[in-house]
Design a protein around this ligand. Structure first.
Ligand code: ATP
Ligand code: MG
Ligand code: MN
Length: 554
């Protein structure tokens, strides 16, 4: 097995075993100290720390060669400088941290998340993804108990499970749900180039071509080695979903380090405009093309076209804020919660385009669960979506909620989603609702288990701090009946391609129907009720894959 495959395997298994340093069966974390720019006194200090009692308790081991290390400690902050000492491709496969990581870890007697100590900002994502122990922080399920709202259980069942070596070496499998796909892969730049082509096809309404690129990206995301001319010939070219056209793009990338068509598309005004328009909630590719065809190019053009009022500072005002009485007091609509029109979405764009750091995701979760606790004590919840897959910055927050209290059938939580949203709105925490569905949403075709999920897609804002308003955020709440909790957790953890293939796998290979709302056998509609996330995988006859290895999209 190559070094990369070993590192993926250990990184994912580390989640359950390395955090306390108490498991003597695990090999130690290997640390290399890059001596350039560190004075000799500090080097002595770092070596002494590694050799200290706590250092040994944490199972740290010095290694002389950076290519053998899990973690590289350095004071170097610039790519150019780092490249004098280690190959950039290698650097992207390691966690590259400052000496503070070691000092703080030793002091706190636990491994701290490497992403918070990245030495090079350019390598922050890679450092976080390659952190041997970060998975503990990355896959937390927050269980709110009735007695203490703020007690978060760090016991995500997922953190006790190990992604098997079988999955890690199964990178040529046809379904994304059979492969381990890290957040950042060894061929991330190539995937980003192909993603431009995918996005371009999608914006131009060529859905089938776009899906072809999406599948190609997904298979490359799981490929554990840097692609070279040698392995391209011997292996990569034979991977599924890499047709002739895509192979030629990969070849181009190997030769030049970029794909010419991707570069051309990036520069095109039409691509830039369409891409910009679709960042606005409610505008899809088709509407974006319509707007472009009538001459709209920029956000300013859009603000004029949709007649969005501007405030005295020239910034757009959200619709919801402009319901004013003669004495300029805001009057919230009583009868219905304000939904989101394109006009409102445009005014909210400045906020909604900003990414949400992990700490704020957790803060939002706590606030929401504290409000829910007052309505219905003892609910259980998991933050899902990109956050659970380890993303450092998310576009929105997704939370799956249920209550496992005495009376079964989920009756006791029917309507809770709507009640919570109303409460959050009244408290000024939810400002808009784009979609609210109940357990009894009409579904004549019975395409989903229509009585097991309630959803609210909202705009949320945390209470102000020191009188300063917070950034408005997208928040998705998914209420599941107890029977549907674990399928909802799996279905909303993503990524999109992982989910698509999970449904396909269930249907084609197992004669099952899977979606967030439940799992049934196709021939007799027998309902399967998983008791854990692992149960979902077992019932579908799939190997367990850690949430942080479900990043089958870019
Ligand atoms: P980010 O939010 O940072 O862009 P994400 O992966 O969390 O990344 P979301 O759009 O929030 O993206 O979706 C999270 C996951 O939930 C997706 O992977 C998708 O599988 C699932 N999902 C999203 N919307 C729906 C929906 N309406 N119905 C069912 N599942 C959905
Ligand atoms: Mg999300
Ligand atoms: Mn979402």
């Amino acid at each position: 097995m190559t070094p990369r495959a070993t590192s993926v395997q250990r990184a994912s298994s580390a989640s359950s075993t390395l955090s306390t340093g108490s498991n003597s069966e695990e090999r130690p974390i290997r640390v290399h100290v890059l001596q350039a720019k560190i004075d000799s006194g500090t080097i002595d200090e770092l070596y002494a720390l590694i050799d200290s009692e706590t250092g040994r308790f944490l199972q740290l081991e010095l290694c002389a060669d950076p290519s053998d290390a899990d973690i590289v400690i350095t004071n170097v902050r610039m790519r150019k400088r780092l490249e004098r000492h280690m190959d950039w491709t290698l650097a992207r496969q390691k966690a590259i941290v400052t000496p503070e990581w070691l000092r703080d870890s030793i002091q706190q007697k636990r491994f701290l998340a490497c992403g918070d100590y990245a030495a090079l900002s350019e390598l922050r994502e890679e450092t976080a993804a390659n952190c041997p122990d970060c998975k503990m922080q990355l896959t937390s399920c927050h269980c709110v108990s009735s007695s203490s709202t703020n007690v978060k259980s760090s016991a995500d069942p997922a953190t006790h499970l190990i992604t098997s070596t079988k999955v890690l070496s199964n990178y040529a499998a046809r379904y994304a749900c059979q492969r381990a796909s890290p957040l950042v892969c060894p061929n991330q730049t190539l995937c980003a180039e192909l993603n431009i082509l995918r996005l371009h096809r999608e914006l131009e309404g060529k859905a089938i071509n776009a899906l072809g690129y999406e599948r190609a990206i997904a298979i490359l995301k799981a490929y554990p080695y840097v692609i070279t001319p040698e392995n391209f010939e011997s292996e990569v070219a034979r991977l599924p979903y890499l047709g002739e056209k895509i192979r030629s793009k990969i070849n181009e990338f190997i030769k030049f380090g970029f794909v010419e068509e991707s570069q051309t598309i990036r520069m095109s005004e039409r691509f830039q405009s369409l891409n910009l328009f679709t960042t606005i909630y409610g505008i899809g590719p088709s509407k974006a093309r319509d707007l472009y065809s009538i001459g709209i190019r920029t956000i300013e053009d859009m603000l004029r076209y949709f007649d969005v009022p501007l405030g005295p500072d020239g910034r757009p005002i959200a619709e919801e804020q402009i319901i004013l009485t003669p004495n300029k007091r805001r009057v919230p609509p009583k009868t219905r919660l304000p939904d989101i029109s394109i006009k409102a979405a445009l005014a909210l764009r400045e906020d909604l385009e900003k990414k949400i750091p992990r700490s704020e995701v957790e803060e939002m979760h706590s606030v929401v669960m504290a409000e829910l606790e007052q309505l219905h004590p003892g609910c259980m919840s998991t933050i899902v979506g990109g956050y659970r897959r380890g993303k450092l910055d998310s576009n929105d927050v997704d939370i799956v909620i249920s209550s496992f209290s005495q009376n079964s059938g989920g009756d006791h939580i029917k309507g809770l989603c709507g009640k919570l949203v109303r409460k959050l709105y009244d408290r000024g925490l939810v400002t808009n609702v784009m979609h609210l569905s109940g357990f009894h949403a009409h579904n004549a075709l019975k395409t989903t288990h229509w009585d097991s999920l309630e959803k609210a897609l909202t705009v949320f804002v945390l209470p102000p701090v020191d009188g300063k308003a917070r950034i408005r955020r997208r928040l998705d709440l998914i209420f599941a009946s107890p029977e549907a909790y674990w399928t909802a957790v799996v279905g909303w953890t993503g990524s999109r391609m992982f989910e698509r293939d999970l449904r396909l796998w269930a249907k084609v290979e197992k004669g099952m129907k899977f979606d967030s709302s439940g799992m049934t056998r196709r021939h007799d509609s027998k309902l399967f009720v998983p008791k854990s996330e692992k149960d979902v995988f077992d019932m579908l006859d799939l190997e367990w894959i850690d949430p942080t290895l479900r990043n089958a999209n870019l």
